[in-house]
Design a protein around this ligand. Structure first.
Ligand SMILES: [Zn+2]
Length: 115
């Protein structure tokens, strides 16, 4: 039955949910900061590479957090965890749309023909 199959698929998705507290929402941006004067590195045109985590909120508000270089790999991993978790939740929601259909919800176990 379609409903049973949908429930089985949903359970598989739930079992595979990458549940972890190590999640972050946002984007990690790489920027170059250049000092106007007094910095030999910047006067050579190199500048300083910095990483910024940008998080946007409803209403267009955003927050920015500077991320130390040594934590960049970790932040990327946490952002990836969030995306995986989000994708898994979205897939489950899509499946639940199927379960909301009147046909799938019928608990009778098949349709009976009326004569
Ligand atoms: Zn500089």
């Amino acid at each position: 039955m379609i409903r049973d199959r949908a429930l089985q698929t949903r359970q598989k998705l739930v079992d595979r949910l990458p549940v972890t507290g190590e999640v972050l929402r946002g984007s990690l941006l790489e920027r170059v900061v250049r000092h106007r004067s007094g910095c030999p590195k910047c006067s050579r045109g190199e500048g300083h590479q910095v990483f910024v985590l940008t998080v946007s909120y409803a209403g267009g508000r955003t927050r920015q957090f500077s991320v130390r270089r040594e934590r960049v790999a970790e932040v990327r991993r946490w952002l990836g965890n969030y995306q995986k978790l989000k994708e898994a939740i979205e897939a489950i929601c899509e499946l639940n749309h199927d379960l909301l259909r009147p046909d799938a919800a019928a608990p009778k176990g098949g349709r009976k023909k009326r004569d």
